[in-house]
Each structure stands twice: as structure tokens, then as C-alpha cells.
Design a binder for this molecule. Structure first.
Ligand code: SR1
Ligand code: MG
Length: 395
């Protein structure tokens, strides 16, 4: 079948012709309810419900869904399905199950997380059950163990580089939207609210900041430490009580581990700026993230398996581990800061600011995010522990 954009009728027809999928739904094609629930910036998503089961169907469009005049290659669906297949064995139960991928329609069919809610929405509505960040910390560490150079033979990394380095269209989005646009005059940046104009100008003229952003650009594009999710914000995570799932791995690429950590923490920190009364809960979540991430990673890095560090005995290996973790800590702070800044002044802003009741409160929240973001990117003094990141956030 040649590529065409599916509507509910087209999807019903396609599903009915598939070998196993109709069985999951039960009944006849006419019995299935199909509902479009597209919510993200890029793709269309349908939930299909039948008498005995449900499916989530996600199709790539030839353009950005929320900006139809912005063309976008379809292959992102291929990379998302590849990411799911690559990391699923390492993080069982933490991703939706992948049922099918259609290479002509650029269509992913996966487990329907009917009872789950997007973490960002759950946070905004005060419905998120604390404890989710520890799961995400473990998730990131386990994906590093499965795809990084310390625990796997170098051939694994070489294969992953080959499989994901073609994901240039989405890497381009990251390079532009996170690492460049917020710091220059750019038509994609929405006009800032009146009170924020001076702050935006300051971002464009801040040479010290630009130098630090340059270091992070270099880290993102040249440090191929492990396979990243690449867009691990609170909109890419779903919760049902303590059942936590990571979705939307279409930005997957080999990169610095601190990128995934930083994006996740940056979105919690943005929520904090918009809802400062939740500081204690968010501080606990951030700490739980880092604790579970670093504990799991230390434990896997202590084991041999890759070609890296193979010559070092236990004591020397501990030194290597701590140096490696300190590098991740530094990157985490930097990417966290970049995420806070781009989600405040760039193309893809966050709904969390809607929690502010007045224009003045929202302006203050945005200014706070920019100030913390800058501090995390520039990092005046060397960071030694996660407590240093919390302290740069004023926590
Ligand atoms: C054009 S895509 C804009 C943003 O949405 C995605 O979720 C990524 O975060 C990307 O930067
Ligand atoms: Mg997404």
C-alpha cells in the first residue's frame, strides 16, 4: 500500500486486513470504535476499541502536525519503532508493547494505555502519584546499560550508530529548537509576552551563555555515549497509579546520557516554576530520579561486559565510574537548563504555565525558569553532587 494519510475509515479498513490485529480487538471491523486523540506536535494518534481489546495507532504525517507548512520526513515512525524494539528487552513493562509497524504507511500499532494519563497533565491536575521519577531514573540507567559502551561490546554501539544516525530530521529539530533558536532572533520563536521582551533580548546577547551553549551543542552532537530517548519530557511519560510507561521515542539517537536526564528534570523544574507551592514534592521526585538512576548505573558499570575499562581492576574501575557519572551530572545540569529556557521562550512551550492564575504570576514563573535555566547552563563552579544541581535551582 502506498503512503496516504489515514482517517478513521482508512484505518479501519487497514486494520481489518492485518493478520493478528483484528483478533486483539475482537468482533467485526464494524464493531470497532475509532477515536482520534492526536495531542503531540508531530503525528496523528487514533485509539481503536473493540469488544475484547484496544489498540493505539500512531501515524507520521509529512509535516509537523501543529505547523502544516513545516515539512517533516516520515521516517521518524521507523526510528520510533526501532527504538521501542531496541530498548524493550532492557526495560520490560516500562514501554507500551509494540504490535506492528507498517513501513509503507509509517504507522505504529501498539498497546493502548487506556487507563494511563500523560504525566504533564497529571502533574497539572495534581493527580500524579509520587514515585514516578524513581522509575524513570531506573529506565534511563537500564537503557544506558543496554546500549552504552561500558557494558556492551563495541559492536553493539557501532550497530546502534548505524541504525539511528539517519534520524537527522528529528535531530535537526533538537539542534534548532533546543540548542540554537532560543538564543537568536528566529521566526519560529513565538512573540514573547510584553514583560518578557527584555529577557528574550538578553538571551540573544549573552556571550557567556552562548559559550556554554556551544559546549552543550558539542556534547549533544559528538558524545555518542548511549542510545537516547531524545525527548524525555513529562509529555512523553504516561502513568496509571504506579504503572509508569515511556512513550514517543521518535527522537532516538546516540548521544550524551545527561541529555535524557536533563530534559526530564528540566520539565519537573518548569512545573516547579509554575507551581512553587509544590516545591517539596518536586524536590523529592528529582532526588528520587537521580538516586535510582545513579544507583542502577553504578551497579551496572561495576560489571564488565564491554571493551571500555576492560583493563581496570575494581578500584580503578570505581574511579572511572565516578568520573563518568560526574560528566553525566554536568551534562544533566546543562541540558536541564537548555530545556527550561526553550520551553519558556521557544517554539514548543509547556502547558504548565497555565497553572499561573494571573499574567503577573506567569511572567514571574517564566523569568524564574530563565534565571534557573541560565544558571544551570553556565555553571559557575564545578558540580560535585546532585545536591549542587538542586541548590542551583534554589532547592
Ligand atoms: C516541531 S516538534 C517540537 C517539539 O515537540 C516534540 O515533542 C519535541 O520536544 C520537539 O522539540
Ligand atoms: Mg512527542
Amino acid at each position: 500500500m502506498t503512503y496516504h494519510i489515514l482517517d478513521a475509515a482508512g484505518l479501519r479498513e487497514w486494520l481489518a486486513q492485518q493478520p493478528d490485529l483484528p483478533e486483539r480487538l475482537g468482533g467485526e471491523a464494524a464493531d470497532w470504535t475509532i477515536r482520534e486523540v492526536s495531542d503531540g506536535n508531530l503525528n496523528t494518534v487514533f485509539l481503536v476499541t473493540g469488544p475484547t481489546g484496544a489498540l493505539c495507532c500512531k501515524q507520521a504525517l509529512p509535516h509537523v502536525r501543529v505547523a502544516p507548512d513545516w515539512p517533516m520526513p516520515l521516517e521518524r515512525a521507523l526510528y520510533e519503532s526501532r527504538y521501542m524494539q531496541t530498548v524493550a528487552p532492557a526495560v520490560p513493562g516500562l514501554l507500551p508493547e509494540l504490535f506492528a509497524y507498517d513501513a509503507d504507511l509509517f504507522l505504529i500499532v501498539m498497546e493502548c494505555l487506556t487507563a494511563h494519563e500523560v504525566l504533564r497533565s497529571a502533574l497539572i491536575a495534581d493527580r500524579a502519584v509520587p514515585g514516578f521519577s524513581a522509575v524513570i531514573g531506573t529506565y534511563v540507567a537500564k537503557t544506558v546499560q543496554a546500549t552504552g559502551w561500558v557494558n556492551q561490546p563495541f559492536e553493539t554501539g557501532a550497530r546502534l550508530l548505524e541504525q539511528f544516525s539517519g534520524n537527522t530530521a528529528l535531530t535537526r529539530i533538537t539542534v534548532d529548537l533546543i540548542l540554537t533558536d532560543p538564543y537568536r532572533v528566529c521566526g519560529r520563536n513565538p512573540a514573547p509576552e510584553a514583560g518578557l521582551c527584555e529577557d528574550v533580548k538578553a538571551l540573544q546577547n549573552d556571550q557567556t551563555l552562548h559559550l556554554a551553549v556551544g559546549r552543550l551543542q558539542e556534547r549533544f552532537l559528538t558524545a555518542r555515549q548511549a542510545l537516547l530517548h531524545g525527548d524525555l519530557h513529562t509529555g512523553s511519560i504516561m502513568l496509571d497509579g504506579s504503572d509508569v510507561r515511556v512513550i514517543d521515542g521518535e527522537f532516538a539517537t546516540m548521544g550524551p546520557v545527561g541529555f535524557d536526564c536533563g530534559l526530564y528534570l528540566g520539565n519537573l523544574a518548569l512545573h516547579l516554576c509554575a507551581a512553587p507551592h509544590k516545591a517539596a514534592m518536586l524536590r523529592d521526585e528529582m532526588q528520587a530520579f537521580w538516586q535510582s538512576f545513579s544507583k542502577e548505573l553504578r551497579s551496572s558499570l561495576s560489571k564488565e561486559g564491554g571493551d571500555l575499562w576492560a583493563l581496570s581492576g575494581p578500584a580503578a574501575r570505581q574511579d572511572l565510574i565516578e568520573t563518568f557519572l560526574n560528566g553525566i551530572l554536568r551534562d544533566t545540569a546543562g541540558f536541564c537548563g537548555l530545556e527550561m529556557i526553550r520551553r519558556t521562550v521557544g517554539f514548543a512551550q509547556v502547558a504548565d504555565y497555565g497553572l499561573c492564575n494571573t499574567d503577573a504570576a506567569r511572567l514571574l514563573a517564566r523569568q524564574k525558569a530563565l534565571q534557573i535555566g541560565r544558571t544551570l547552563v553556565v555553571q559557575g563552579t564545578p558540580l560535585r553532587s546532585f545536591a549542587d544541581i538542586l541548590s542551583l535551582m534554589g532547592l
